[in-house]
Design a protein around this ligand. Structure first.
Ligand SMILES: NC(=O)c1ccc[n+]([C@@H]2O[C@H](COP(=O)([O-])OP(=O)(O)OC[C@H]3O[C@@H](n4cnc5c(N)ncnc54)[C@H](O)[C@@H]3O)[C@@H](O)[C@H]2O)c1
Ligand SMILES: OCCc1c[nH]c2ccccc12
Length: 299
């Protein structure tokens, strides 16, 4: 069973899992890895101007021999004159039209976000991209954009994993309300970056019950939110593991709650909360010391 697609607010459909090329894939390696991903069954490829591999990705698209409509290609704007940049990306990818063009992060825009978005709207109107969207936008960035946008962003691609769920929940709910599909990157953080944390226990227990891997359980959790997974691997067996998630049963409400409750107990946020408590105590102590020395001197 394939992963399927998710409907965007502009009527287009986006494949629910993407092969990302932003992590450790140099231009010269990217062709082989993207070819391997396409052969494995990925149809959605995620790149960016700043990844410096659009030519390599373009070569893989060409060599796949697939019809253009059988592939879904996303690239991202990383600064410069927007119209020139999209044309450069299209040339490097060897395409006439992108499926999705994203502002990689608000920081890449010089000047007002609203003005940059107008340029993006023209890109869609001129059919250089079927859909336009954003990445790494906060709730406030989206609110600002929606004040003047004629066309709403189709997606917001953000860091999304059990450990930052509490932080991004409001943003995801706001996006849902406005029909903006969330795309998740770095979802495997509990495995790749912070193993040994509180999320490991529920992941391992659910994985054991389903006969799945912890990575597959994370992707099932992401999928349960109606969010697109953007992941990667240079290893064929991992790609298969990711694609096989489509055959797993849905997580239960209890599974989802267990993952999110453990995510909220993440070590880093507990530590920073403790630091905040200490700083608060220190401030109170300093104020009392000042008040006391004032009283001793003047009373
Ligand atoms: N828009 C943005 O700002 C932004 C930022 C980061 C990434 N991205 C996109 O998302 C893509 C994926 O990002 P990611 O790599 O952080 O995603 P991810 O969290 O899905 O991690 C993928 C990595 O996990 C490793 N992995 C998988 N299973 C593992 C296991 N069992 N043990 C150890 N390692 C395992 C893989 O080898 C791979 O390197 C990037 O290539 C890029 O296209 C976008
Ligand atoms: O997509 C943002 C993360 C990222 C992956 N590869 C990069 C290369 C340059 C700058 C940012 C990135």
């Amino acid at each position: 069973m394939p992963w399927g697609t998710i409907k965007l607010n502009d009527g287009n459909e986006i494949p629910a899992i993407a092969f990302g090329t932003g992590t450790a894939l140099r231009n010269e390696d990217s062709t082989a890895y993207v070819e391997q991903a396409i052969e494995s069954g990925f149809s959605h490829i995620d790149t960016a101007a700043i990844y410096r591999n659009e030519e390599g990705v373009g070569a893989a698209i060409k060599e796949s021999g697939l019809n253009r409509e059988d592939l879904y290609i996303t690239t991202k704007y990383d600064g410069g004159v927007i119209r020139d940049e999209v044309e450069k990306s299209l040339a490097k990818l060897g395409l006439k039209q992108l499926d999705l063009y994203l502002i990689h992060a608000p920081g890449f825009v010089k000047g007002k976000l609203e003005d940059a978005w107008k340029e993006f709207e023209i890109i869609k109107e001129d059919a250089l991209a079927k859909s336009i969207g954003v990445s790494n936008f906060s709730l406030e960035d989206l609110q600002l954009l929606l004040k003047t946008a004629k066309i709403k962003p189709a997606v917001n691609q953000i860091r999304f994993n059990p450990y930052n769920w509490a932080e991004i929940k409001d943003l995801v709910e706001y996006s849902d309300k406005h029909g903006i599909v969330t795309e998740a990157y770095s979802s495997l953080t509990p495995i790749t970056r912070t193993p040994g944390g509180p999320v490991d226990a529920p992941l391992n227990a659910i994985a054991k019950r389903l006969g799945a891997t912890p990575a597959q359980v994370i992707f099932k959790w992401v999928q349960s939110k109606g969010v697109v997974v953007v992941t990667t691997s240079s290893r064929k067996e991992r790609l298969q593991e990711y694609l096989d998630v489509a055959d797993l049963p849905d997580l239960t409400e209890a599974d989802i709650a267990a993952i999110e409750e453990a995510g909220a107990k993440s070590k880093p946020s507990r530590k920073s909360k403790q630091v905040a408590v200490y700083l608060g105590q220190l401030a109170v102590l300093t104020a009392l010391t000042y008040a006391f020395s004032y009283l001793v001197r003047y009373v």
